[in-house]
Design a protein around this ligand. Sequence first.
Ligand code: 5RP
Ligand code: FE2
Length: 234
Amino acid sequence: MVKAIIAPSILAGDFSKLGAEAKRVFDAEADWIHLDVMDGHFVPNITMGPPIIASLRKSVPRDSNAPGKFFFDCHMMVSRPEQWVEPIAKAGGDQYTFHYEATDDPLKLIKLIRDNGMRAACAIKPGTPVEVLYPLAQYLDMALVMTVEPGFGGQKFMADMMPKVDALRRKYPQLDIQVDGGLGPSTILAAANAGANVIVAGTSVFKAANAEEMIQLLRSHVTSFLRDNNLLTN
Ligand SMILES: O=C(CO)[C@H](O)[C@H](O)COP(=O)(O)O
Ligand SMILES: [Fe+2]
């Protein structure tokens, strides 16, 4: 099932009040919250890990009457991603996105993620060719095409990554395809028209004067593309 999913990255939020920041964007109708886990090794920055995610989960508990509400999308910019699957699942993660570049056995890792009750996703850095995802796609819930070098928020969107998104969308019409880095009003059209349906937006949503309007604007471009191409399901 493909639909527009807007996932604000809390990396651009106020870390002194993460619970309130998550609630703020969910109130503004964010579909997911994107949690950037960085280990200072795979990328040159350190952000958060399982203890912080577990605290955040207490602020926005799962709702047994509404499965999928308050969805935690965990972008794991870590070396040895295998070691964090169980801790992230226990902390309340709903999806685990590992980096292709960080593992020797992506299929085994996908199975481990699924066995821990999470959706499995694979990310590629800007220098990694999209073809590496083809043997994995049938086992993945989502593919993430990075549109910045991972490590920091607030960077410039790399439009030259869009052929990767376009190639994935043509080959896999039903796959969730995420873009991450530099998404906002001036770049959403390029991403949506290439076929991305899951939009990570940190700076543009968290620093917006009106987060709800920003989320709606991002969603409207994705929905238009999906509808025009008969890809929308619901
Ligand atoms: O994975 C990331 C960086 O590695 C972040 O998710 C990304 O940078 C989002 O922030 P922004 O929308 O401000 O670019
Ligand atoms: Fe991210």
